[in-house]
Design a protein around this ligand. Structure first.
Ligand SMILES: NC(=O)c1ccc[n+]([C@@H]2O[C@H](COP(=O)([O-])OP(=O)(O)OC[C@H]3O[C@@H](n4cnc5c(N)ncnc54)[C@H](OP(=O)(O)O)[C@@H]3O)[C@@H](O)[C@H]2O)c1
Length: 324
């Protein structure tokens, strides 16, 4: 028997219900993992609220965790019982003590990384790997704007980009978050609701605007993100923490010959070979201290609702994890 958080109907964090669940033997291509630390992502909030209807109900949410290999399906090679592993999955099921998961999602955790660091930041760091290496050229000639710069993905993105010599401007939701962004490579940080936001962007970019905006806030920042771009600039909208972006006219892009994309990490995994390559690149970035995280905030699996409430109060992204 395993224990799991089950969603029976969409709603607020109260719909996250802690239940017993039967765990079957792993299928031939699966590995059974005993989770030790489970990641909490905004994606889980969208699944719970019903914004994303990608989890058939009743269902167990959760896209990532660290754990220990407990059982191995007959056709699986290359893994041993007792190994420390992690996984990212869009088939969900991570909010549980145990999961049976296809072996091609499973990655071994290097010794130098803790279970909690991987559970809290593997998916986020993979997202940053995608944003920096796989969408448009991000190099030292570029000035970029990162919204929610002190958030879970934002702070990794600022650190990784600034390590490449990119000039990073951050935006945050409140004055008190500015200080945090000084440690992660932002040469300037602005409060996103500041009335003079666009004017300040022009001031710090010699009147040109930025080359790329990485916008994870969505609805509340989308217009200022477009306005912050230099001609021929690139808006990468990869999240919607404040709500989905409204429809956009192509003529709006034509005003400055702008490009726009809405990437989703899971589409960029591609083959197993590519997934491993992205994971190696992320592990190397942690090993080389290009990206660093130090604060962790555990919640009991039973109290997944507490973790969701904290995340939705704009705190704790990249530090929250569930202990089964
Ligand atoms: N496309 C992909 O494949 C992919 C992968 C990973 C994550 N994402 C998305 O990227 C976004 C950020 O993820 P994350 O892990 O960095 O999240 P996070 O750590 O929770 O950070 C989100 C930040 O967004 C800001 N925010 C602005 N308006 C908000 C609102 N109404 N409610 C809550 N937060 C608000 C807050 O910072 P301020 O207070 O400074 O504004 C908050 O700290 C999420 O939408 C997530 O789903 C997408």
């Amino acid at each position: 028997m395993s224990k799991a958080i089950v969603i029976n109907s969409y709603g607020s964090s109260e719909v996250l219900s802690y239940q017993e669940k039967v765990i079957n033997e792993p299928a031939a291509n699966q590995i059974q993992i005993r989770n030790t630390a489970i990641g909490v992502n905004y994606h889980d909030v969208y699944v719970r609220s019903g914004l994303y209807k990608t989890l058939p109900l009743p269902g167990v949410p959760g896209c990532e965790a660290s754990g220990i290999v407990e059982k191995i399906g007959d056709h699986v090679q290359g893994f041993k019982v007792g190994e420390r592993v992690t996984y990212c999955t869009r088939e969900y099921g991570a909010y549980a003590t145990h999961i049976n998961i296809s072996h091609d999602k499973v990655i071994k955790i290097p010794n130098f990384l803790s279970d909690e660091l991987v559970a809290t930041n593997f998916l986020r760091a993979m997202t940053v790997e995608m944003l920096i290496n796989r969408i448009t050229s991000v190099d030292s000639s570029k000035k970029i704007l990162v919204t929610a710069a002190s958030g879970g993905v934002g702070r990794l993105l600022c650190q990784w980009a600034s390590s490449l010599g990119v000039k990073v401007i951050g935006s945050v939701g409140s004055q008190e978050k500015i200080q945090e962004t000084k440690m992660i490579g932002c040469f300037e940080t602005l409060v996103s609701s500041d009335e003079g936001f666009s004017k300040k962007i022009l001031e710090v970019t010699e009147g040109k605007g930025v080359d790329i905006v990485f916008d994870s806030v969505g609805n509340d920042t989308f217009e200022t993100s477009l306005a912050s771009l230099a001609p021929c600039g690139y808006l990468i909208n990869f999240g919607q923490s404040s709500g989905p972006v409204k429809p956009l006219l192509m003529t709006t892009l034509a005003e400055k010959s702008l490009s726009i994309s809405r990437p989703i990490l899971f589409h960029y995994f591609g083959t197993r070979e590519n997934y491993e390559k992205m994971a190696s690149s992320v592990f190397k970035a942690f090993e080389d201290d290009i990206i660093k995280v130090s604060n962790f905030l555990p919640f009991d699996l039973k109290d997944a609702s507490g973790a969701h409430d904290t995340l939705e109060s704009r705190k704790g992204g990249g530090s929250l994890y569930l202990i089964p």
